[in-house]
Design a protein around this ligand. Structure first.
Ligand code: MSP
Length: 473
């Protein structure tokens, strides 16, 4: 593997960015930073962006008294700012209103149409504008969409173009079973396969009543269903950006579990229909909730990334978001629990060790060998945790090391060695400094600024004390 392409979902802009959006984006940034170190910056392509068409956005724009494009132009900077605040180093910020995307998607759809895989029909059923999808009776809970209980599903009957999704059923089962397209975590794979083995119906891929979208190339009265064009962002970006063609197919689409069906069954069938290569894997994250709530505009309970950053700082926020529970599962947090973890692991754990060792080096007037080399001892364990998307395991490798180093300090009592002017102090401190640099190496993708500070501080010939990395709160 000499290149790595990963994506986040492109976010709806009816909502300003909240912690749920930040969760998957921070995780993607951590993976991207890891692969950049491993493969070189130019061999990693990390795509994120915004999903700007469709009924939901048109309605939000109308409520705001703006036209949809103006509305989008106002909200998009909020995502860019949030990602900047969280130090997200994406390669490209994708917008579905980019005319280069619109052109590519039309061409692809026309191709699928020419192959006879799209036909005209009538759709009648319930539609959830919140999800931008048709709902089956069996999806409803008390006659409402379970994800948007505040919105009433709308009954719709309209002429639509349909994609022959059902024709792909057998192939899809084969690809997912064989792992041609890996569905991760594994539990999700059986969930999708189970549902897929039930009946698979063709899907409507155009909308008659929604003008805010990309026109169907052969019928100007219809627009392309927002999900269909949004999915293609992952591919079109590689085609219209310079020197990115070789990145397709994607190595992983990181998404939330709510949109896994779209990213497996529908996306893979559409790609095949367009004779394009299939992504290698799709990983569904769980939900990060605070006080039990999945954040959304409709529920009115969003917590912004800024609220966490103001309280904990950027790196601690990044770390706390991805290290609290197994990546791929749901986890509920309260500010109290996050504060507890911050104080225990970062202020008292990492921060304390770093300042303890720096003070010892300073008081011993320790001069470091310029060739002191630090290597990650559990590199294989670390690499395999990252390769398997076990971000929490990769991060937790450091707690063992911090514990060992703390115990080493307690048993060697370097302050006594300093007092006695015992020459052993040199090797004791060298060991501790190497340990800290090793921990820093592991945490680099998680906490880019903090680890840069640590590396700077501990690479000096004369190591000095510095203000605490994580002040207690
Ligand atoms: N626009 C579509 C995606 C199109 S991708 C081709 C969409 N957008 S969204 O803004 O509603 O949500 C996108 C993603 O945000 C979810 O799949 C999930 O990854 C993330 N999250 C939103 N709320 C979340 C939590 N509370 N917790 C974790 N992630 C959640 O769906």
């Amino acid at each position: 593997m000499n290149k790595f392409y990963l994506t986040t979902p492109i976010f709806y802009i009816n909502d300003v960015p909240h912690i749920g959006h930040a969760y998957v984006t921070v995780a993607a940034d951590i993976l991207a930073r890891y692969y950049k170190e491993k493969l070189g910056e130019e061999n990693v392509f990390f795509l994120t962006g915004t999903d700007e068409h469709g009924a939901k956005i048109a309605e939000a724009a109308k409520d705001a008294g703006k036209n949809p494009k103006e509305f989008a132009d106002d909200i998009v900077p909020k995502f860019e700012e949030a990602w900047k605040l969280l130090n997200i180093d994406y390669s490209h910020f994708f917008r579905t209103t980019d005319p280069r995307h619109e052109k590519k998607v039309s061409e692809i759809l026309q191709k699928i149409y020419n192959k006879g895989l799209i036909y005209e029909g009538v759709y009648e059923g319930l539609y959830c504008v919140g999800c931008e999808k048709f709902l089956a009776e069996s999806d409803l809970v008390e006659e409402k969409c379970p994800l948007h209980p505040n919105l009433t599903p709308v009954h719709q009957k309209e002429k639509n173009y349909f994609f022959k999704l059902s024709e792909f059923k057998k192939d899809l089962i084969g690809w997912f079973e064989k792992g041609t397209v890996e569905i991760l975590p594994k539990s999700k794979k059986s969930e999708i396969l189970g549902k897929l083995r039930d009946e698979l119906k063709d899907i409507a891929i155009s909308r008659e009543g929604v003008s805010w979208g990309i026109p169907i190339p052969w019928d100007g009265k219809q627009t392309i269903y927002v999900w269909v064009e949004a999915l293609f962002n992952y591919y079109t970006a590689t085609q219209f950006l310079e020197n990115k063609k070789d990145f397709w197919p994607a190595d992983v689409h990181l998404i939330g579990k709510d949109i896994l069906w779209f990213h497996t069954v529908i996306w893979v069938a559409l790609l095949k229909a367009a004779d394009l290569e299939l992504p290698k894997s799709v990983f569904a994250t769980g939900f990060f909730t605070i006080n039990g709530a999945k954040m959304s505009k409709s529920a009115g309970n969003s917590i912004s990334p800024k609220e966490l950053v103001d309280k904990f700082g950027v790196d601690a926020t990044r770390f706390l978001l991805v290290s609290r529970f197994p990546f791929g599962q749901d986890g509920d947090f309260s500010f109290e629990k996050l504060t507890e973890a911050y104080n225990a692991e970062l202020a008292n754990g990492l921060g304390n060790l770093v300042s303890r060792v720096a003070k010892l080096c300073e008081s011993a007037d320790f001069t470091q060998n310029s060739d002191s080399d630090s290597h990650v001892e559990n590199k294989e364990e670390y690499d395999s945790a990252i390769n398997d998307f076990r971000l929490e395991d990769a991060a937790s490798i450091v707690w063992g090391r911090i514990g060992e180093l703390d115990r080493f300090v307690d048993s060697e009592k370097p302050w006594e060695l300093v007092k006695r002017r015992d020459p052993k102090i040199k090797s004791v401190l060298a060991h501790l400094v190497d340990g800290i640099l090793e921990i820093s190496g592991i945490l680099r993708p998680f906490m880019p600024e903090t680890t840069e500070r640590i590396e700077k501080q501990f690479s000096e010939a004369k190591i000095k004390s510095a203000p605490p990395l994580f002040p207690r709160i």
